[in-house]
Ligand binder design. Sequence first.
Ligand code: TXA
Ligand code: MG
Length: 316
Amino acid sequence: MQGPHKVTERLTPTSAHMLRATDLLKSGSLVAFPTETVYGLGADARNGRAVAEIYAAKGRPSFNPLIVHVANSDAAQIYGIWNQTAQRLADTFWPGPLSMVLPLRADAGLSELVTAGLNSVALRVPAGKVAQELLQRFEGPVAAPSANPSGRISPTTAAHVLAGLDGKISAVLDGGACSVGLESTIIGLTGAPTLLRAGGVAREDIEHVLGISLKSAQSGEITAPGQIASHYAPKARVRLNASRWELGEKTLGFGPMECDLNLSETGDLVEAAASLFGCLHKLDEMAGTQIAVAPIPKSGLGAAINDRLNRAAAPR
Ligand code: TXA
Ligand code: MG
């Protein structure tokens, strides 16, 4: 677990330091790095524990889906189901400040925490020179929200990153100030092309390239909790904070106890976060009428885990 007393390495884009940053990512550690938009807090998007550490370091109270960064559009097609609109946008705007939400490929191999259990994935090919070099060296998908504590302003310099996350992440790669300074535009392509978040590429420019007008997301739709909750709420009723199991229930434990599935036998919140969505899927497949969940502490990552469980338990 990323404790509060970690020494955050200051790296610069020299060959030796780029290698160090790549090795840290490969070992499941968090590395903040510059993109042309803002600094991202990067982790291997296939590694559930590493992705869980992102939420822990940022102190995010809920699991929002994260953008997956890749080196080029060939790599993007490993994770998202491609279509002609995606191709046209990629040809015009990648590498650059545009993210596309595509249907998730069944064989994508990403941590379920990256997509917050959704069956779609946000993909981006950043243009920043340091980001490009890091992704090419890493040769894998990097999940990266902005590298700031939850609720704070997005960082556009390494100093901003350190002001918020020093001691909480393994390293920051200092590539100077970000040129765009504003997050990427997010376009939803799981249905009719929809503007999900305004950002570094203007809506008009996208509409011009596609020759159609984009639909607008209803306000708050991107993170609309209800939407995400109903998407992956189990079919069975969910009973939280269960101090004992009732007959016939499918049971989700935490810490040493007898249960059908356990979020973390050792009571480790990082492990619990990494396994949460997988466990919810499995419990759903077990086809009981009621699921009971043991109490989960509310501190640290426990806040986001409880948030997600509360949504799963909400009456529908
Ligand atoms: O410029 C950027 O995009 C920066 C830099 C670091 O690349 N990254 C960034 O990532 O802003 P993040 O994780 O903070 O932005 C995630 C946004 C959220 O608003 C989230 O709801 C949306 O992308 N998003 C991610 N996956 C989604 C999905 N499958 N469906 C709908 N929205 C999604
Ligand atoms: Mg942000």
